[in-house]
Design a binder for this molecule. Structure first.
Ligand SMILES: [Fe+2]
Ligand SMILES: [Fe+2]
Length: 424
């Protein structure tokens, strides 16, 4: 084979099928020229890659360029995955922005109208003194995910989903919140806290269908709970010492709101933790795969932080009465007291021990293989795009969204993403 006959896709024997569904990103001849140029590869190196043999002395940069340019092109499925993820990152950014305006460190990056909401921010610090910084940074991260994915889509001639018209949910009227339309509602949440025992159990929802997983906070999984102060009524009665937070006192209502947020943070981020590896299995192009493999673990870093902090919730029971209340009751227990790293490990998914924040080894792929510490679920069915968006709906994030087109748009994007198939 002559070097100038080696094309970007032929050289690794990419099936013809992927070419059919590939986007015309740029003319083939251009890709080939770019490939030959960017790596500065000698003809022999190209031929060697074509034959599946790596030359012994290829620079790391040349190898990286060759890999990037020499694999399958970006497919329609890849675009669908990226578009759904970009849309969901917009949703994440919207909810985190609300948390940051009220409870995050205030600066010029992601903050609200100025001083935040000191009562809420201090109540959150009952979970960890660094909560405002973490909230700020999680927000910053989600904004960067949405922006990067949007710009990447643009760089390949695609556009990011436009959700602007759906930002019509009201803001909190509590001090600190901007008065703008929102995509998400943080005031009527039903938080599934079963992720807690899922990561502490030997059973895996992908591998053990029907396996039970106990709720860390059962009462959060029913009724409608607010995770932010809806108005200044929700912070009334707490006495805040701005100089010395240890001298502040908080109503059970405000503590319940802050602890609800703590578990909600973890709920949201465990979703991203499963979503990225689930969708990564559907993509074809190596650079797209690299994007998913690089953003996904950042979601996991968020989740890991939040589940550690949520375990510090103090015991209390509160009923959401009073102005704006939903009547929902919530009870937090001292999860630090829960014990249960048992032998045999829990098959009932009832382990709640707070400090088991490292994933317990779990069933994976085959009963003939030993348990292994992994992210779970990672199947399309349980961790894919439709499953993820549906879990956000079930969470109550979109209660009040009156435009059905929002749901049609998100489900169409999600179905397209789940339908993507790896083509090499
Ligand atoms: Fe994200
Ligand atoms: Fe996230």
């Amino acid at each position: 084979m002559k070097v100038n006959e080696v094309s970007a896709t032929d050289s690794l024997g990419t099936p013809a099928e992927s070419e059919k569904t590939a986007l015309p990103r740029q003319p083939r001849s251009m890709r080939r020229r770019a490939f030959l140029k960017t790596g500065g590869l000698a003809a022999a190196s190209v031929a060697a890659i074509g034959a599946g043999i790596l030359p012994t002395r290829m620079s790391a940069q040349a190898l990286s360029d060759a890999r990037r340019n020499d694999r399958a092109p970006i497919t329609r499925g890849d675009i669908a995955v990226l578009k759904f993820l970009q849309a969901l990152e917009q949703v994440e950014a919207d909810l985190w922005q609300q948390y940051s305006e009220l409870g995050g460190t205030q600066d010029s990056e992601v903050s609200g109208v100025g001083a935040g909401n000191p009562a809420y921010a201090q109540a959150l610090q009952l979970l960890d003194g660094d909560m405002p910084q973490y909230i700020h940074d999680n927000t910053d991260d989600e904004i960067s995910h949405a922006r990067f994915l949007g710009n990447f889509l643009e760089s390949i001639g695609e556009s990011a989903p436009n959700l602007e018209e759906f930002k019509q949910l009201p803001s909190s009227t509590a001090d600190g919140a901007r008065q703008v339309g929102r995509l998400t509602n943080l005031t009527q949440l039903t938080v599934d806290t079963s992720f807690w025992s899922r990561y502490r159990s030997i059973t895996n929802p992908d591998f053990d269908p029907g396996a039970p997983f106990a709720q860390a906070v059962p009462s959060l999984n029913s009724g409608l709970h607010t995770a932010i102060p809806r108005s200044n009524d929700d912070t009334a009665g707490s006495v805040i010492n701005l100089q010395d937070p240890t001298k502040s006192t908080f109503t059970d209502k405000l503590k319940a709101i802050a602890f609800t947020a703590g578990f909600h943070f973890a709920f949201i981020e465990q979703g991203g933790t499963s979503l990225y590896p689930a969708l990564a299995q559907n993509v074809t192009n190596l650079e797209v795969l690299r994007i998913l493999l690089s953003i996904g673990p950042a979601e996991t870093m968020h989740f890991q932080t939040w589940q550690d902090k949520a375990g510090n919730a103090l015991p209390l029971t509160d009923v959401d009465n009073g102005p704006g209340g939903t009547g929902a009751s919530v009870t937090f227990t001292t999860l630090a007291n829960a014990q249960g790293e048992t032998d045999p490990e829990s098959l009932k998914g009832d382990t709640l021990q707070a400090n088991l924040i490292m994933p317990e080894p779990t069933h994976f792929l085959s009963k003939d293989l030993p348990p292994v510490a992994i992210i779970r679920p990672t199947s399309d069915q349980l961790g894919g795009a439709v499953a993820s968006f549906k879990s956000f709906m079930d969470d109550g994030l979109f209660i009040g969204q009156k435009n059905p087109e929002f749901f049609r748009t998100m489900f169409r994007l999600a179905r397209d993403a789940d339908a993507a198939r790896r083509q090499i």
